[in-house]
Design a protein. Structure first.
Length: 264
């Protein structure tokens, strides 16, 4: 399916970064099992207690800083650099797809085609709550009290992580680009997402409803599984390099964990 598709949209979620050491949200050790999203990831929480919210993001930035892209991120980056018509879309805020893109392109290469459409922003980008400017920032933030909160270099207002919080709209340009690529796709590869958070999950549902072949890589069943033409119940870092590097293999040569759903 991947070899035969002219246009492929890839939707990834926290599961693709799990083997890099980044915690997922809803799994057994998921972040939303230990923390309450309404206290940490809403505009109201930030207004109420910016120190607490910033401590949580400073901690997550520190965790992710020690993580490296895994074989799945790298295989997708190589695929997007090797072939035209690939659109990577991610819900992840960890920046690992972009890092894989730079690694795959090498020092002289252009990572552009392998840079993902980031639907939920990035924890390594900050946005001013006053003037709205955004910029990349990977510094280790130590937040003990209000005096440590980061301020805008231009207008002095409080900075926030440039991520989408519960109750906030997704960035319009990114969302419409992702949905457009989904509608045009012949194949949709969905990796490591519970597919329950909308409108991000709509990318996969849209591709499927417009006739794309749907391939799911996930350890567990999701609302997409019943629609998928192929379900691979295997860890992303093992299986993604196999399937995206498998162009040219005769059909059926992969065998292994593939389970044909027969089309829905
Ligand atoms: P979830 O934590 O909801 O789901 C992770 C999915 O990855 C689950 O379906 C797991 O079964 C699967 N998984 C875990 N490890 C895997 C592995 N090694 N290989 C393959 N699959 C694996 O994460 P998301 O679906 O990304 O929103 O969550 C969506 C959004 O909810 C996030 O972007 C975040 C969160 O609230 C915002 O930050 C706005």
């Amino acid at each position: 399916m991947i070899a035969g598709a002219e246009r492929i949209v890839v939707l990834t979620g926290a599961g693709i970064s799990a083997e890099s050491g980044v915690p997922t949200f809803r799994g057994e050790d998921g972040l939303w099992r230990r923390y309450r999203p309404e206290e940490l990831a809403t505009p109201e929480a930030f207004r109420r207690d910016p120190v607490l919210v910033w401590q949580w993001y400073a901690w997550r930035r520190q965790v992710v800083s020690s993580c490296r892209p895994n074989a799945a991120h790298l295989a997708l980056a190589h695929l997007a650099l090797r072939r035209s018509g690939i659109c990577l879309v991610t819900q992840n805020v960890d920046g690992l797809h972009a890092e894989a893109a730079r690694e795959a392109a090498g020092v002289d290469g252009d990572p552009g085609p392998a840079l993902p459409v980031e639907l939920h922003g990035s924890i390594f980008r900050l946005r001013c709550t006053g003037c709205g400017c955004t910029f990349e920032d990977r510094s280790a933030l130590e937040i003990h009290g209000v005096e440590d909160l980061p301020g805008c270099g231009r207008c002095g207002a409080l900075l926030r992580p440039d991520v989408v919080w519960f109750g906030e709209a997704l960035p319009m340009r990114e969302l419409s680009l992702a949905l457009q690529r989904a509608a045009e796709a012949d194949a949709c590869l969905v990796v490591g997402t519970s597919a329950v958070v909308f409108p991000a999950a709509e990318v996969a549902f849209r591709a499927w409803s417009q006739g794309a072949r749907l391939i799911e890589v996930n350890l567990e069943e999701t609302p997409l599984s019943a629609r998928a033409h192929v379900v691979l119940r295997a860890p992303a870092a093992s299986v993604v390099p196999l399937i995206v590097g498998a162009e040219g293999l005769e059909s059926g040569a992969l065998g292994g964990p593939a389970a044909e759903n027969g089309g829905a």
